[in-house]
Structures are given as structure tokens and as C-alpha cells.
Write a protein that binds this ligand. Structure first.
Ligand SMILES: [Zn+2]
Length: 71
């Protein structure tokens, strides 16, 4: 079983399936992701990675913010 985090709520999510779709730019790999809160998404691997980079940046911003507040 492959796990990830939900792009919407950051809860643990499971990759339920992968499929490759042909597009004008060539084949694009898509994943179906379902989180424990029953959100589900069908998205390209690239947009899933982008969503995670976004939440990682948010988490880093929150960390530095709380570090600054503690002083
Ligand atoms: Zn979710």
C-alpha cells in the first residue's frame, strides 16, 4: 500500500490506483488518492507533488513564525 497526505486537509491518505493517460504532451501519470476523511482526488503525479511542496512550504513558514514568537 502506498501512502501520501491529503492535498486538502493533510490527513494521511492512500494511493488507490495509478493510471497513465495520453495527453497532447505525451503520457501523464495520474493517481487516485483517498484520505481518511474521505476526500478523494484524481490528479496528475506532478500536481500531487506540487500540492505537497505547497504544504511543506506552509509548514516551514509556520515553524519559523512560531520560532520567532517564542523569543
Ligand atoms: Zn482530506
Amino acid at each position: 500500500m502506498e501512502t501520501t497526505t491529503c492535498p486538502e486537509c493533510d490527513a494521511p491518505a492512500e494511493v488507490r490506483g495509478r493510471s497513465v493517460w495520453e495527453s497532447t504532451d505525451g503520457p501523464v501519470e495520474h493517481v487516485r488518492v483517498e484520505c481518511i476523511r474521505r476526500h478523494w482526488f484524481l490528479m496528475s503525479v506532478a500536481s500531487l507533488a506540487a500540492a505537497h511542496q505547497h504544504s511543506a512550504r506552509l509548514a516551514a513558514a509556520e515553524l519559523s513564525w512560531s520560532a520567532r514568537r517564542r523569543r
